[in-house]
Design a protein around this ligand. Structure first.
Ligand SMILES: *Cc1c(COP(=O)(O)O)cnc(C)c1O
Length: 410
């Protein structure tokens, strides 16, 4: 075993070595002009990324977390409002809700796609809320607060089922902010519009993260808001820059949440490769699917509905033996990840809000069973074969009667 090469969960260094020739001139250009904040490099990236997302506006900001927060505030979410999202996400989604002054509440995910279950969203309003005739808004019966926005999370690179979510949001006057931080380039077939739509173009606004490990990653921290709404775009532009419309003329109090020019330049250079990288991820996912599909092990593979073209930010399998499988792969030199081990409603900061185990069973199940396998554009077929071989070997150990393990649950 020791002669086998280890396979990292993510290989960022090789990718950046290959791009050095394109990235170094960006640094040099920024150094020579000393235009570090704002300016042409930021504007050029913004317009290219808007085009990539098929959205009208893109506003570069300092992180995905700020992108969610600014989008919520710009969309008019008020302190005290309730904003809905899913428990199976990175905590940044709910942090941004709290930072916007609102209170996060949850709708469970669908077990097959791990994204927001529209039926549960409908039930949330039918069961937990009542119409306030004065404002025309839905108010939570026990919290006595208006529910004003919903954040579907396009998890692992696959978009949430947007048609019914948008339909329900329309009925209850909700703002829809897509958390597209894991879904640069993902697509959704809207039956309603009879066409494919890009992540970041469907909600009132969307948040992207360019954290280095994302499908499009900066060489540092960065994020963006996309929207088709000009006024919302204008407010996000103010919020990221101390609420000013021009230097020292402040309309509102804002934040220091701008996108660095150097990061914008680097992102612009990398954006030219994004479609090809996403295609490679899709091919790698297809290969995993074929190889893992042949195994008898009770492993649940990612499900891509006919309305989805996922970009596989992560390739996530699910098994009741998750922890043992992860240990086996680690010992065999194969890197894996868990996204995420604790659903957000059970994380410490939200304990005081009265959530308990069992509230969102599908998210809790996923948290106990999901495992992310190595996935990046440069992952080779041979590396994938080795990953699958090790999973097959683990499957045999599990089934062996001498192994003395609890039986795998169906
Ligand atoms: C990465 C991520 C974020 C936050 O992005 P940052 O750039 O790290 O602030 C938010 N939501 C989801 C789903 C993410 O994966």
């Amino acid at each position: 075993m020791s002669n086998k090469q280890s396979i990292p969960f993510l290989d960022l260094a090789s990718l950046h070595q290959e791009l050095e020739g394109e990235l170094v001139p960006v640094f040099q250009k920024a150094l020579r002009t000393a235009a570090f904040i704002g300016g042409q490099m930021v504007e050029e990236f913004e317009s290219e990324f808007a085009r990539f997302c098929e959205a009208e506006h893109c506003i570069g900001v300092s992180s995905g977390t700020d992108a969610v927060r600014f989008a919520l505030t710009a969309a008019g979410v008020q302190p005290g409002d309730i904003v809905l999202t899913v428990p199976l996400t990175f905590i940044a989604t709910t942090e941004a809700i709290s930072q916007a002054g609102a209170r996060p509440d949850f709708v469970d995910v669908s077990p097959r796609t791990y994204t927001m279950n529209p039926e549960k969203l409908r039930q949330y309003f039918e069961t937990n809320c009542a119409l306030d005739r004065e404002t025309g808004r839905m108010v939570h019966r026990t919290h006595r607060r208006p529910v004003t926005a919903v954040i579907p999370v396009h998890l692992y690179g696959q978009m949430a089922d947007m048609d019914p979510i948008l339909e329900i949001a329309g009925r209850y006057q909700l703002t829809v902010i897509e958390d597209a931080c894991q879904a640069h380039g993902a697509e959704y077939f809207s039956k309603k519009e009879n066409r494919w739509r890009k992540a970041g173009s469907m909600g009132h606004a969307a948040a992207f993260s360019f954290y280095p490990g994302k499908n499009l990653g900066a060489c540092g921290e960065a994020g963006a808001v996309t929207t088709n709404n000009e006024i919302l775009a204008k407010v996000v532009r103010m919020l990221r820059d101390h609420g000013q419309v021009r230097k020292y003329y402040h309309e509102i109090e804002g934040y220091n949440g701008r996108l660095d020019a150097i990061q914008a330049g680097l992102l612009h250079a990398k954006l030219r490769h994004l479609a090809e990288w996403n295609q490679k991820r899709r091919e790698a996912a297809g290969r995993y699917h074929e190889l893992l599909g042949k195994l008898t092990a009770s492993l649940v593979l990612p499900f891509e509905p006919s309305w989805s073209r996922a970009v596989y930010h992560l390739y996530v399998v699910s098994t009741a033996e998750r922890d043992e499988l992860q240990k086996h792969l680690t010992e065999s030199g194969i890197g894996t990840g868990i996204h995420y081990p604790i659903p957000v409603h059970l994380q410490k900061p939200y304990r005081s809000q009265g959530f308990s185990e069992g509230d969102y069973p599908e998210s809790e199940n996923a948290a106990a069973q999901v495992l992310s396998l190595p996935m990046y554009p440069g992952l080779s077929a041979a590396q994938q074969e080795r990953v699958v071989e090790e999973i097959a070997r683990f499957g045999e150990v599990v089934k062996s009667p001498v192994a003395n393990r609890p039986a795998a649950k169906a």
